[in-house]
Design a protein around this ligand. Sequence first.
Ligand SMILES: NC(=O)C1=CN([C@@H]2O[C@H](COP(=O)(O)OP(=O)(O)OC[C@H]3O[C@@H](n4cnc5c(N)ncnc54)[C@H](O)[C@@H]3O)[C@@H](O)[C@H]2O)C=CC1
Ligand SMILES: NCC(=O)COP(=O)(O)O
Length: 325
Amino acid sequence: MARPIIVTCGEPAGIGPEIAPQLLAAGLPFAWLGDPRHLPHGTAFSVIEDLSDLSGVAPDRLAVLRHDFAAPATPSQPDPANAAGVIAVIERAVSLALSGQAGAVCTLPIHKKALKDGADFAFPGHTEFLAHLAGGVDVAMMLASTLVSPPCRVVPATIHIPLAQVPAALTAPLLEQAIRITHAALVRDFGIAEPRLAVAGLNPHAGEGGGMGGEEIAWMIPLLDRLRTEGLSLSGPLPADTMFHAPARARYDAAICGYHDQALIPIKTLDFAGGVNVTLGLPFPRTSPDHGTAFDIAGKGLADAGSAIAALRMAADMAEARERG
Ligand SMILES: NC(=O)C1=CN([C@@H]2O[C@H](COP(=O)(O)OP(=O)(O)OC[C@H]3O[C@@H](n4cnc5c(N)ncnc54)[C@H](O)[C@@H]3O)[C@@H](O)[C@H]2O)C=CC1
Ligand SMILES: NCC(=O)COP(=O)(O)O
């Protein structure tokens, strides 16, 4: 049997707890790590002591690795007392993956401000925290569609920073790092032997020959030319406004973008229900749904579990690809 996937509970006041039991629809071996008091009333679950006990759990019951939190949960009202528990669950999941007991980690959404307010969380998101827990490795954040064709895969080179800081933070070394991490991950985890990457320009019309911004001519074009001499398949810098429609997506396997919204608006528009967030470059596969804690609908039974189910499936596929080597 494949090694199980560990699913972290995320923010107890968000939609994570009501999505967790719906993950059983994927029919994959996984355990949910969290406080069972936070699950919706009536959830059928079995507490296990260890991931090796998973095979004894009936397929229609949620396997729970118990992690006691300080307080119960109220939908849409994050309790600062629970912030430390949310963080500890992520740490425990990473330990299980690094020790080889879990084959992959799938995280349900956290609320970044709730963690900062409640526990002084110093990271802007899972991505940066996971990189830290894995020993300070270089990572990239990719969002990948599962329901649209041609697929939409996007990687923002800068991640969770204010827009005003992007032009200074987006440098040739950072873009090169995002390109290399994405290339290696598409080969290793997604079975794409010769990935084709498209790189978005920073400015309107990719700078329009220097008339609308200088970054493309100053360093993007020279960087891409240099990497092409190594054999990397790279197009760009492309105007970002015309690189995400279907015929354009057919020409590449992933788009490397300059900043968060340049990358995430197209995928969340095209495939909000099936989008998966993947951290590339970690020593274990990690996926997450593309959505957040959705406090506006938490506890109302309205949450669509499709993206989280797709994330669980993608984690399993990535783990299998790594097992195959
Ligand atoms: N992987 C993670 O841990 C992520 C965490 N977040 C965090 O979540 C918090 C809230 O972020 P928002 O920008 O409000 O985005 P959000 O994705 O939580 O909500 C945006 C809108 O989409 C709806 N929505 C989201 N997921 C849904 C689902 N599964 N089914 C039906 N409707 C759904 C919500 O009701 C809301 O109207 C923030 O703290 C953000 O940083 C956001 C994205 C990913
Ligand atoms: N916008 C994506 C997002 O916020 C998820 O980030 P992370 O928590 O997976 O780093």
